[in-house]
Design a binder for this molecule. Sequence first.
Ligand SMILES: Cc1ncc(COP(=O)(O)O)c(C=O)c1O
Length: 397
Amino acid sequence: MNAENRATAARNLCARMQSVQDPVIPIVGEMVRDNPGTISLGQGVVYYGPPENVYRGIEAFRPDPENHKYKLVQGIPDLLQAIQGKLSLENGIEVDARNRVVVTAGGNMGFMNAILAITDPGDEVILPLPYYFNHEMAITIAGCTPRIVPTDETYQLLPDRIRDAITDKTRAVVTISPNNPSGAVYPEEDLRAVNELCRARGIYHISDEAYEYFTYENARVFSPGSIDGAGEHTVSLYSLSKAFGFASWRVGYMVIPESLLDPVKKIQDTNLICPPVICQYAAVKALEAGRPYCIEKRAEIEDNRLIALRELSRLSSGVTVGPAQGAFYILLKIDTDQHPVDLVRNLVAQHKVAVIPGNAFGVEDTCCLRVAYGALRRDSAKEGIGRLVSGLEQLLG
Ligand SMILES: Cc1ncc(COP(=O)(O)O)c(C=O)c1O
């Protein structure tokens, strides 16, 4: 592109998109590609793929020529039924006259559907800090303002601070438990407090439960959508990406108040028409394999977690290791003047290990790094963590 074309392109970028942060994963991905042999503790994926029986789902899809046509916006009936059974059994969420399930092409699409359905440009959505960058980006893309609220020193919610941040423009409070990027799992009591606050103030509680199967030791997940009467103001988001090694298959689902069904269908019809039907057939089978599939695969991730916690604890007192109760992330808080992006660049270039800089999650006043330990087999994870620890020891002097 020559200078004149570049200038025209810059002029044509709308202000709304210019205010959206660049997604960080591809930036770190480029650093990794430029430094062959780098072990990535960056991307939030699992090391395993889907259960074998999903291919039986694909066989079931094949014979019917009708399956190649557009299907229902909301999802195929067999998958909706399987999801409702799972929600009732595992999450305590009953789908009745007051709420609906919509299958989406992943959890991110569920979040975007929710934001577009409940906001007007100029509205505010509350995000506890650190936030998941795609949530912040979706809110900005919708022309709304993310209202960032601090958490405590172990990244737990501060319901009073959330209450104080609610204004006339607030449309929702977002919680993610188990949390990306902090690894915190929120206790039932706090999620109930946030949900009640949302009910009382006439706003929505968006509860992202993408990591519901990834908890460790005594941590327990709680679905706010299961609270009596919560169905009318709670949006619960789920994903098959992590639990079933389904990241590229793009299947997730949302539970929404009945009143949001029409707006969500308009949005999803426009963006997607219907979630890919072949993947929905596969998803029915993944849900048949269910939670036990994930729990079995999770064992190796639990080992990685223990290795990471043991090795990271060797670092000096200038590095605070986050709670690691859930998901597959550990957030490191580092007492240094270095910018996290520079630190990551040096870790990749000099020590061949990649992590994600904390500024991507909105942490600006401290140098934070997110370590993801779900994507690697045990030996590579061990090697990667070893490189991270010795790299930090050297770079932090
Ligand atoms: C909290 C959270 N929600 C949603 C997603 C997106 O998942 P999906 O692949 O289902 O879009 C992620 C992915 O990292 C995530 O961390």
